[in-house]
Design a protein. Structure first.
Length: 264
């Protein structure tokens, strides 16, 4: 009996090691797998964006449950590939993915929360998986800027879905998804054309929140674009990640750095 249990544990460990090599390895097979997973993820996000206008199609539920199967397999595989299952389960991105999975499994009961599926784009960004090809090509310095762009795009799409779901044809002038997106962008940029206005006190409060959060995300993106460029070079002593390109010592602990240049 002990030999059987030991064999099962050994197979489980080999499975976790295999998945870890696929998701985080640098071999050619691993890179092909990671690119394929990333392509599937982006296609799923495109489906989530288009869901409000595809919901009445006869094939919607079939696609919905198919995506639920893919997402469940991906979440389970990432959990097994992690070095610590307990630490992985505590990540906010994991809880976001599980919530999205629940909305996919019960699309009829949770239809009004379907717009939150677009948070999958944020969870992919925060997990770092989407940025692996960029970092492998030595362009890791662009990650912060692209993360801020993803945060802004995610906010715009989630807000558009919220406005479309809860204010669609409520005397606001919103008659389609494009109208909801138009209102969101006009509000975030504080342009405020006034041709579309959300009705009632909840509409006013929604508009206020959209403006405050949207401006904050715009400012953060501008800071990332125009602030002094820093290189990604973890300090061996204190693990501070970013330093000035010509830094000699770590500004946090004073450790002598040896940041490689580009040979120019």
């Amino acid at each position: 009996m002990n030999d059987v249990n030991a064999s099962e544990v050994d197979r489980f460990d080999r499975l976790r090691a295999f998945l870890r090599r696929l998701y985080y390895g640098r071999t050619r097979a691993a890179l092909r797998f990671q690119i394929s997973v990333l392509a599937v993820d982006l296609a799923i996000i495109a489906f989530f964006v288009a869901s409000p206008v595809l919901r009445d199609r006869p094939s919607f539920l079939w696609v919905d449950f198919g995506i639920a199967t893919l997402l469940a397999a991906d979440v389970a595989a990432r959990g097994l590939a992690s070095t610590s299952l307990a630490g992985w389960a505590r990540r906010p991105t994991v809880w976001v993915d599980i919530f999205i999975l629940v909305t996919l499994l019960f699309p009829l009961w949770l239809a009004n929360l379907g717009f939150l599926r677009i948070l999958r784009l944020w969870s992919l960004s925060r997990s770092g998986f989407i940025w692996q090809p960029l970092e492998r090509r030595g362009r890791g310095e662009w990650r912060e800027v692209l993360e801020d762009i993803v945060n802004l795009v995610t906010f715009l799409l989630v807000t558009t879905g919220f406005v479309y779901t809860f204010f669609f044809r409520s005397g606001s002038g919103i008659e389609g998804y494009v109208d909801a997106f138009y209102f969101t962008v006009a509000t975030v940029t504080t342009t405020g054309f006034g041709d579309i206005v959300l009705p009632g006190i909840w509409g006013k409060l929604t508009s206020i929140v959209i403006m405050i959060v949207g401006i904050s995300l715009f400012v953060k993106l501008a800071q990332a674009l125009f602030k002094q460029h820093k290189v990604l070079f973890p300090c061996p002593r204190c693990a501070l990640q970013r330093h000035d390109p010509d830094a000699v010592h770590c500004k946090a602990c004073g450790y002598l750095l040896k940041i490689p240049d580009e040979g120019e």
